[in-house]
Structure formats: C-alpha cells, structure tokens
Design a protein around this ligand. Structure first.
Ligand code: SF4
Ligand code: SF4
Length: 336
C-alpha cells in the first residue's frame, strides 16, 4: 500500500498531537505496554525483547463488570455498563503482537458478539514496527508471520536510518487516521524500505503447522501429553501473557444481599478447576489433558473453526515459564 517517510522528530510531534487530541497512546515499555503521558519519553527499539505481557488487556481487561444488578422484593433490576469509546493508538507493536486482533476477533464475533471487545477494538489504531529481536523462543515464521510482516497493523514503520522511518499505510482505518497528520509525511522510497526489510534475519521455521494439525488429529491419546503434564505447574502464566489466549469466566459478586455486579474475569485452561463440573467430575482431571487442550486449541480446534492458528509465535509463554516448558519445542515434536 501507500508508502511515506516520516522523520523521528515529526513522529514525536505526531505523538504529541495524538496525546493532545485526547487519544490514549500506548507503547512497549521495558516490561509492559504502557500508556504514554509525555511523548518525549517514547523509545522505539526494534531490537527490544517482547514485553512480558501483550497489550490484549487494553481490549480485553483482566477483570471487568458486564452488568450491575439490584434485587427488589419481587424483581431484579439490571444496569448496563457503557464501554468507553476512546481512540487508542498502539505505537511500535511488534509484528507478532500486531497480528493478535486478527486472531482474537473471530472468537469475540462467533456465536455471541462481545460488545466490550468490539467497541474497544474498533477504536484501536495499531502502528506496527519491524522487529530485529530474535531468541530461541521466537517462532513467528512457523505460524505464518515474520518480523517484517505488516499483518494486523493499520500502519507499519521501518527505520530507514538514524533519523527517518518509512511509514506504510496498511488498512483503510490507518489511512483515515493518518489523514489528520499528513503535514508530517514526505514521499516514500519503497526500494530503500525493501533493502532494510530484506536485511532482517528471520527466525528459522521450526515446524510445519499443517503437519502439526494433522498429527494432532490422530494423537489425542499419545503418551507424550503425560510427559509434559508431569512437568507443568498449572499456573496458567502462559495464558495470561499470551496475546491471543482468551479464556474467561463469568462470576456474580454480591456487595450485599440486594446489590452486586457480574464480572468477566480472565481464566486459564491450565487451571485444574477450569473444567470442574458442579458434580465434582472433571473431564480434564490431570495436567497432561490440560496441556493437550492448550496445544490442540491453538493448533487444531481454532484452525478448524476459524482458519487461524491461535498463536502468533511470540514465545512469551515459554520465556516466562517457571519450569521451562517451551511450546515451540512441544509443537515441533508433534510428529511420530
Ligand atoms: S506451561 Fe509453564 S507457564 Fe504454563 S501452566 Fe505450565 S508451568 Fe505454568
Ligand atoms: S501460545 Fe505462546 S508463543 Fe503462541 S502467541 Fe501465546 S504466548 Fe506467544
């Protein structure tokens, strides 16, 4: 799509304008994506490690009320929760994170359209940034993406030299957004951008996702699942840091006898109680079954249902796992 050049100085001015216009601006900080109050604090580093957690919490908060209720003598009054419509710009999303809304969107628009997610996602402008970081846990190239992919971004930045970025408008939404900041843009140079993207070292492809999908279809009872189950602590850290894990639970919280709220809280399929029935029966009663569910959901069921792998290859879950369970290694071993 359309390619432009923006200087570092002008990008900073654009960010100041974004904040000045009352929008929320988010960038990757040292450990988390954080809201920027002062644009001069922004550091865009293509070599930075992915933050510990993704930015999904800005569209899908860890906990939020979905309705308030009041019990009368003979009835219950329900009070809706309004979702704030606030333009939010993510600047410097790594390609593995930028791709997350493309994947999550299916779930929140499937049998039920989740207004809370959709209202927020519609307000988001994702400005992606080329990634020059790679460690043993990265595998975006095995799940159809790459460190130079603009998939999922509305606008994509490639640093051309010390002072300039190439700025590519990827989506209509990105085009609409940038219209307000055209004064900062100059004509682009596609050849220069290509030379930079071609020089980026790509993570090696670790597995063939189609073969993994096929293997999963015939290996539900494979003893390999017990092996990983023996190691896993059921802590669900892997789900909470993941840009596309989306399990949640609905819980009623009573303030007192007559008032309360219904909460939507993050949950995780690695927790033992996740599938516990009221009867006491638990179809995923041991950890091996739960880890099997994690891999099948990501590499088989979601693909069958929505045509997308439920994983961006960011490697966060493995980087943070207390017992060094590496999903890339596990999925690479989904073969005979
Ligand atoms: S794989 Fe690691 S992070 Fe995930 S639940 Fe098991 S121990 Fe926790
Ligand atoms: S499963 Fe792991 S590697 Fe895949 S997107 Fe989630 S955190 Fe990243």
């Amino acid at each position: 799509m359309e390619e432009k050049i923006i200087s570092k100085e002008d990008l900073l001015s654009l960010c100041k304008d974004v904040i000045g216009n009352g929008h929320t601006l988010i960038t990757p900080g040292k450990t988390e994506y954080t809201v920027v109050k002062d644009a001069s604090e922004i550091v865009l580093d293509t070599t930075a490690k992915p933050t510990k957690a993704s930015y999904k919490t800005f569209v899908f908060p860890k906990a939020e009320p979905v309705i308030y209720y009041k019990r009368g003598k003979n009835d219950v009054q329900l009070l809706d929760v309004d979702v704030e419509e606030k333009k939010t710009v993510i600047l410097g999303a790594k390609p593995c994170d930028a791709n997350s809304f493309n994947i999550l969107r299916h779930l929140f628009n499937w049998d039920y359209k989740d207004e809370f997610y959709n209202v927020r996602e519609k307000q988001f402008i994702v400005i992606g940034l080329i990634c020059k970081f790679s460690d043993e846990f990265c595998f975006c190239t095995s799940v159809g993406s790459s460190p130079v992919s603009d998939k999922g971004a509305d606008i994509f930045l490639v640093p051309l030299d010390e002072n300039n970025y190439s700025l590519r408008v990827v989506t209509e939404k990105g085009g609409e957004f940038i219209k307000g900041y055209e004064k900062y843009l100059k004509s682009g140079d596609e050849a220069k951008t290509k030379a930079v993207t071609d020089s980026v070292k790509l993570p090696e492809i670790a597995f063939d996702s189609k073969q993994v999908h096929e293997w999963l279809g015939t290996n539900f009872e494979n003893p390999k699942w017990d092996g990983v189950g023996d190691l896993c602590l059921s802590c669900a850290q892997c789900a909470f840091v993941c840009p596309v894990c989306h399990c949640f639970d609905i819980v009623d919280e009573d303030y007192n006898y007559s008032e309360g709220r219904r909460m939507k809280n993050w949950d995780g399929c690695q927790f033992g109680h996740f599938t516990l029935h009221a009867s006491g029966h638990n179809p995923r009663d041991i950890q091996g079954k739960r880890y099997r569910q994690r891999v099948n959901h990501k590499f088989k069921y979601y693909v069958d249902k929505f045509g997308e792998i439920l994983c961006t290859g960011c490697g966060r879950c493995s980087r943070g796992c207390a017992v060094s369970i590496d999903i890339k290694e596990i999925v690479s071993n989904c073969k005979d």
